[in-house]
Design a protein around this ligand. Structure first.
Ligand SMILES: Cc1ncc(COP(=O)(O)O)c(C=O)c1O
Length: 379
């Protein structure tokens, strides 16, 4: 384990053994003939894209998925050579950079094909593209009925080949799988039409984590799990299907402890007034680190294996918790914001429920100034 960085005692630990375990669960669910594109966009959902990507590839991921050219560049600079698909749309000013990085962009227009082909020609490269179909998400993609002529049009671009045809599900975690079924059918139908007319050995892919767990019919040639790799479930009921291990823990330490009398107002706006003589701990973590201000007077943290409530408003760099119940709490005590301490646990889902959001957002917004401490590296 890398030692803790000097500086403010607020950090995230990333357990690469858990990450690899979760990838093995995906492999077990999809079998050996389906490729796994591990989704590591948004800094691997806040977990640290470089370390996670190396670990996932070492554990058997076939490819990586990112959202932007910058994300791809960070990974290439770290020495990753494997297939990388960009889900977002590469903009005109980024085309050359993308081609140089040897990434596989998502395409939805002839204009993009022209730009990519020109850049590839100038740089003496070939570019593999993935055609995105909008089968029901309404985000990016062409209509499935247009796929055949789109791919036929690809033939005039000597430096481009079709590597994939894909879609994204609008609802893969629901009990009702009708919409997913319709989306999958549209994708398969379009792919079958295209296959009649081209020899290109492209992959069909659609399944995110929820579909990996919930709908084997959607696995196709390649799956694209993100969330489950990080040990989180798209819906709590999926926990009985597969044993995932959380990868991330978020911790800090008490930096000051004080005893205040009853009637003391705490933090901005005095939204919390003590009802009794209280022991209040100051923690060096705030909303600028991703510890949401909406957790003010709502959230909990773990100290000495006990849940302690957040009191008063969460500030930009600090927040307060009530430790009156803990006789032995001391300055320097480790505090868990997300993770386990003794028998108790606060999960990203627990925080998400409080904030009326999803665990994706909880881990993605943990700020860059919170160092990620990588554990379980095998070198
Ligand atoms: C295009 C695409 N594929 C796959 C994923 C992975 O989804 P999940 O994290 O639910 O597995 C995402 C995430 O949003 C995505 O945008």
């Amino acid at each position: 384990m890398k030692s803790l960085p000097l500086g403010r005692p607020t950090w995230v630990t990333i357990d690469l053994r858990a990450l690899k375990w979760n990838l093995c669960q995906v492999r077990r669910m999809v079998g050996k003939n389906v490729e796994i594109l591990a989704v590591v966009k948004a800094n691997a959902y806040g977990h640290g894209a470089v370390a996670c990507s190396h670990a996932l590839l070492a554990a058997g991921a076939d490819a990586l998925g990112v959202a932007t050219v910058e994300e791809a560049e960070e990974l290439r600079l770290s020495g990753i050579k494997q297939t990388m698909v960009i889900f977002g749309l590469v903009q005109a000013h980024e085309v050359k950079r993308a081609v140089k990085l040897n990434v596989q962009p998502t395409v939805v227009s002839q204009k993009q094909l022209r730009m990519l082909n020109k850049a590839a020609q100038q740089l003496g490269k070939k570019v593999v593209v993935h055609l995105k179909l909008d089968t029901g998400m309404g985000r990016i993609g062409i209509q499935p009925a247009a796929a055949k002529s789109f791919v036929a049009g690809l033939k005039k671009y000597s430096h481009l080949t079709l590597g994939g045809m894909f879609t994204h599900f609008a609802q893969a975690d629901g009990r009702d799988r009708k919409l997913l079924g319709r989306q999958m059918q549209r994708l398969q139908q379009a792919a079958a039409e295209v296959r009649k007319n081209t020899k290109a050995a492209f992959r069909v892919h659609a399944a995110n984590s929820a579909a990996v767990m919930n709908t084997p019919d959607s696995h196709a040639d390649m799956v694209r799990p993100g969330l489950m790799l990080y040990g989180l479930y798209p819906a709590r009921r999926f926990a009985s299907r597969v044993d995932l291990k959380p990868v991330l823990q978020w911790k800090t330490r008490i930096i000051q402890l004080k005893t205040v009398p009853a009637g003391t107002g705490l933090s901005y706006g005095h939204t919390f007034i003590t009802r009794r003589k209280s022991r209040i701990a100051t923690l060096p973590v705030g909303y600028a680190d991703g510890f949401s201000r909406l957790l003010s007077n709502q959230g909990h943290v773990l100290i000495r294996g006990k849940r302690c409530p957040v009191v008063g408003r969460v500030c930009m760099d600090m927040c307060l918790v009530d430790v009156t119940r803990l006789n032995q709490a001391a300055e320097g005590d480790e505090v868990v914001l997300i993770g386990r301490q003794g028998q108790v646990r606060i999960s990203a889902d627990d925080q998400a429920d409080l904030l009326d959001t999803i665990s994706y957002e909880i881990t993605c917004v943990i700020g860059n100034r919170v160092p990620r401490i990588i554990q379980g590296e095998t070198k």
